[in-house]
Every structure is written in structure tokens, then in C-alpha cells.
Ligand binder design. Structure first.
Ligand SMILES: Cc1cc2nc3c(=O)[nH]c(=O)nc-3n(C[C@H](O)[C@H](O)[C@H](O)COP(=O)(O)OP(=O)(O)OC[C@H]3O[C@@H](n4cnc5c(N)ncnc54)[C@H](O)[C@@H]3O)c2cc1C
Length: 495
């Protein structure tokens, strides 16, 4: 390139960081504007007093090959930047009367199914075989941009569409393989990564549990936020510039093209822009409605959004050895709990929740002998009639009680050295997440592929979207994929 084209990336979440790596490597003059003081967004690092460190959001690093692909595209290797620790078992699943320890080693997993759910082993063999075929067909579909309806005629889509099985839910799909309800839940809870119910989530997302079983899960030394730091450093090594505490308040558009952006009241002229902020809230805040007829405020408000999460980050002066790295504690009536969260929009007395206990594998997250527990309770988004300002204290106590009674964390209240709570209101107000819907626009079939916000924004030629709100969807692997697609589209547009 003769003169470097200037690209503004708005937000340094995983999508923005992957785009920064790819575009800086390809010779663009990349400037990343991040309103917070650090990289990562929801994938950032939280440090509390007395040296306790947490991931804010993602703790499940699944389908590593996609991040490998981002690194390979710029001639680098992920393992040279971060230390990856494979998980075996993948997680501890705690049901009312049973515990299951799934593994990505098929023979161990088979033995585990025989131990806890005898008679389902053959179903597991079929699941691996059939879902493997399905995954390879669907993953090709997810790599396409879907900027035109004619993309449905692409040969990979024609081959892949039957595998999408659009009229079945994830739960119905898994019922083909497994008899025991709880084993189905063990393969379906991953719908949580999309903030959806297994009974509503399209069957195509059975590939999520398949990815865990086929490709494993990893912890990253220091937390998954270390991925964000590594990506920032890689982008910088190719010349990208990061601007922190840099709030973008406007994207100026003329003749369907971004001409400039406004950052902390200063106008900056650009050749193109990549938007990584939460799609629904950023597009409505930054782009005047006249420039986005396809995604006006009314249309945004009519879409379905994921659930939210209530979070506790606990610095403790003890360690709970019985906890694994990932722990999921299921409500006795899991289905009713999921319905409460996604449809009835109320809190369940007997909620399901997740506990992350990284100190088992990673001593860097807490002082010696201490631990840093992260607790996530899926709850309705802010459309629910719940006043989190009033409920925050009570619900914190309720979750501590869950930890004591259902996760075996005896006397936890006496061990708390540091505590941070994030409610759905905080996701909305402090993290700019539309309706506090932490996993973005829901992944129902009518909001996927062509019907999700396009990677090249529908109404503006040189504005590209990356992150969980655009195609292919929320979750780290699909977010990295969105950056690969958008970087390619940008290169085609600005050549
Ligand atoms: C609690 C939780 C748990 C999750 N767990 C998992 C998991 O285990 N595995 C998984 O794969 N996924 C998980 N996810 C989903 C997803 O991977 C993460 O949310 C991910 O961080 C989303 O990435 P993103 O690229 O969309 O951007 P975000 O992380 O949302 O980052 C966007 C960035 O843009 C910045 N920004 C926004 N507006 C502006 C502006 N106007 N000017 C400047 N900067 C701006 C924000 O400050 C932020 O840094 C989880 C999410 C949450 C919230």
C-alpha cells in the first residue's frame, strides 16, 4: 500500500483485538479506541484489593483452532505468547443426586457415562460420529459473510443447510443420542454461552458441546484475559496504536460512508471503521438513525436478546479443594429455571449457577493459600421487572447461601477478603451492554446468518462489525471468526 489507510477500531474486546492484529499485519494504519483503561472488554481482567485476579467474563476457552488461525494469519503462534493448560476433566457437573466429570478423551468419557448413566455409551459414540460430520459442515457455513441473501446459494451452504436442522431445538437434537435427562443437560448447558435455553436454542448449537469434547478446553495462565493482552501486543508489533480512556461518541457518515469519528470531543478523519462495542447499544449511540434504516431504534428494540448474569468475584483467604476448575451446579428443575430466566423473566429460588476456581491450576490469581472464586448466575435481562439496585445486597447473600449449601463452600462468609458484584444493571450502565444482555442478541434462527447484523454493516459501506452482536455470533471462537470475515471484507472494500 502506498499511503497507509487509516482504520479506527472502536473497542478493544476480543473482536476488536483480532481485527487489529489482522489489519495492522496487512499494512493498515490501525488505531484502537477503547473507552476503558485496559484491553479485553468483557474478556478483560479484574483485580481486587489484596491481589486477587479474575476474568471479568469468558472462562471457557473452547475451539482453540480459531484463535490459532488468527495468529497463523499474521505468522505467529499462540503458544509463544500464552501458556495453555488443557483441562481433564473438562468440568465438574453437580446435579442434585449425581456428579459427572466429562472428558475430551473419548475412552474416559465413555467410562464416565457407564459409571453415571449406564446404557448411554452407544449414544455417545453416535453423538461423536454424527456431530463430527455436522460440525465440519456447519463450521464452513459460519465462515461465510452472509452480506447478501445470495450467500445462501454458496455450495458450502447448500451442503451445510440440511445439517443446520433449523426446526429442531438443541434439546430435541440431543434427545436423539441420550436417554437420561441429566446427561442431555451435560451436553446442552453450553447454550449458556449464548444466554439461551436448550429448549429454544437452534439444534445447530449442539456443535458447542461437540467442540469441547472433540477439541478440549484450556485454561490460560493468568486467566483468559491474558489472551487479550497477547493480542494487543501482537497488534502493536505490527504498528497498531492503542488509545485508552478514549470514548468514541459519534461516527460521522456521508453518502453511506464513514468519514470521521469523534473521540473525547476530537474529530478524527478515517478511511474506514470497525465497530466492536456491543452492537445494539453502540450502533444506536454512535450512528445517527438516518444513516441506518436497516437497523433503526425500533428494529433494535423488537429483536430478542439473551439473558443476563449476576456475578460475584470473591477473594477468599482459603481454598475449597473439592471444587474443580469449572463447576456447574444444576437446579433440581433445570427446565423451569431456564424458563424463568428466558421467558417468565423472574428469579428462580433454586437457580443453576457456575463457579470458576482457577487457583487449582494457576497460583498467580490469588495470594498463597487463598483463592479467587468467580460465580455466575444466569438471570433475566433488564426487560424483567427486577430492580437490581434494591435487590443487589439480598441477592448477594442468596448466592453466598447457594455456595454454602449447594457447592459445599462451608463458612464462605468468614473468608471473604475482597468482593465485587456485577448486576444486569451494571452490565448495561458500566459496560454498555444493551438490556444487560451479556451474550448479545439472541441466537434464534431468525437472528442468525443473513438475519443477524452483517459484518459489513448493512447501510454503510466502510463500517465493519466484529464481536458477539454480529455474524456468526457470541462466544470467543465465533467472535474471532467475525474478525477474520470483517478484515477480509474491509480489504476488499478499501483496496
Ligand atoms: C459473564 C460472561 C461470561 C462469558 N463466558 C464466556 C465463555 O466462557 N466462553 C466464551 O467463549 N464466551 C463467553 N462470553 C461471551 C463473549 O465471549 C464475551 O462477552 C466477549 O468478551 C465479547 O467480545 P466482543 O468482541 O463482542 O466485545 P466486548 O468484550 O463486549 O468488548 C467491547 C469493547 O468495546 C468497548 N467500547 C464500547 N463502546 C465504546 C465506545 N463508544 N468507545 C470506545 N470503546 C467502546 C468496551 O469498553 C469494550 O472494551 C461471556 C460473556 C460474559 C459477559
Amino acid at each position: 500500500m502506498d499511503t497507509k489507510k487509516k482504520i479506527a477500531i472502536i473497542g478493544a474486546g476480543p473482536g476488536g483485538l483480532a481485527a487489529a492484529m489482522l489489519l495492522a499485519h496487512d499494512g493498515y494504519d490501525v488505531h484502537v479506541y477503547e473507552m476503558k483503561g485496559q484491553v479485553g472488554g468483557r474478556n478483560g481482567r479484574l483485580t481486587l484489593e489484596n491481589n486477587y485476579h479474575f476474568d471479568i467474563g469468558p472462562t471457557f476457552f473452547l475451539y482453540k483452532p480459531l484463535l490459532d488461525e488468527v495468529f497463523e494469519k499474521v505468522g505467529r503462534k499462540l503458544e509463544d505468547k500464552v501458556q495453555l493448560i488443557p483441562l481433564d476433566p473438562l468440568y465438574q457437573l453437580i446435579f442434585k443426586r449425581k456428579k459427572l466429570y466429562p472428558s475430551s478423551d473419548p475412552s474416559k468419557m465413555r467410562d464416565e457415562i457407564m459409571r453415571v448413566f449406564p446404557g448411554n455409551e452407544m449414544g455417545y459414540d453416535r453423538y461423536l460420529k454424527e456431530e463430527g460430520r455436522r460440525f465440519s459442515a456447519i463450521s464452513k457455513v459460519l465462515k461465510l459473510p452472509f452480506t447478501h441473501i445470495s450467500d445462501y446459494l454458496h455450495p458450502d451452504v447448500i451442503t451445510g443447510l440440511p445439517y443446520l436442522d433449523p426446526f429442531k431445538s438443541l434439546y430435541q437434537r440431543l434427545k436423539r443420542f441420550f436417554k437420561d435427562e441429566e446427561l442431555i443437560y451435560a451436553m446442552a448447558f453450553q447454550a449458556k454461552y449464548l444466554g439461551m435455553s436448550p429448549w429454544e436454542c437452534p439444534s445447530a448449537f449442539s456443535i458447542l458441546s461437540y467442540m469441547e469434547h472433540a477439541y478440549g478446553l484450556f485454561h490460560v495462565q493468568g486467566g483468559l484475559n491474558a489472551l487479550a493482552t497477547a493480542m494487543k501486543e501482537e497488534a502493536e508489533s505490527f504498528g497498531a496504536t492503542f488509545h485508552f480512556n478514549a470514548h468514541v461518541s459519534k461516527v460521522n457518515v456521508h453518502n453511506k460512508k464513514v468519514t470521521s469519528i469523534v473521540v473525547n470531543d476530537e474529530e478524527i478523519v478515517v478511511d474506514g471503521a470497525v465497530l466492536n462495542g456491543d452492537f445494539a447499544s453502540s450502533i444506536s449511540e454512535l450512528v445517527s438513525e438516518t444513516h441506518r434504516p436497516s437497523w433503526n431504534d425500533r428494529k433494535l428494540s423488537k429483536k430478542n436478546y439473551s439473558c443476563s448474569t449476576f456475578m460475584l468475584y470473591l477473594g477468599l483467604d482459603t481454598q475449597y479443594d473439592h471444587l474443580h476448575h469449572h463447576n456447574l451446579i444444576f437446579a433440581e428443575d433445570y427446565r423451569s429455571n431456564v424458563l424463568d430466566m428466558t421467558q417468565r423473566m423472574v428469579l428462580t429460588p433454586d437457580a443453576s449457577f457456575y463457579v470458576h476456581n482457577p487457583v487449582k491450576l494457576d497460583a498467580s490469581v490469588a495470594p498463597k493459600g487463598h483463592s479467587a472464586l468467580y460465580v455466575l448466575v444466569p438471570v433475566p435481562n433488564t426487560l424483567a421487572d427486577i430492580n437490581w439496585n434494591e435487590l443487589k445486597e439480598d441477592y448477594t447473600q442468596r448466592v453466598l447461601q447457594f455456595l454454602e449449601e449447594r457447592a459445599g463452600c462451608t463458612n464462605i462468609r468468614n473468608h471473604i477478603q475482597a468482593l465485587k458484584v456485577i448486576t444486569p444493571f451494571d452490565w448495561r450502565d458500566d459496560y454498555g451492554v444493551y438490556l444487560g444482555a451479556t451474550f448479545n442478541m439472541a441466537h434464534s434462527f431468525d437472528q442468525l446468518l443473513y438475519f443477524r447484523a452483517h459484518n459489513r454493516f448493512n447501510d454503510i459501506r466502510n463500517l465493519f462489525l466484529v464481536g458477539g452482536g454480529t455474524h456468526p455470533g457470541s462466544g470467543l471462537p465465533t467472535i474471532y471468526q467475525s474478525a477474520i470475515i470483517s478484515a477480509q471484507l474491509l480489504k476488499e472494500e478499501l483496496k
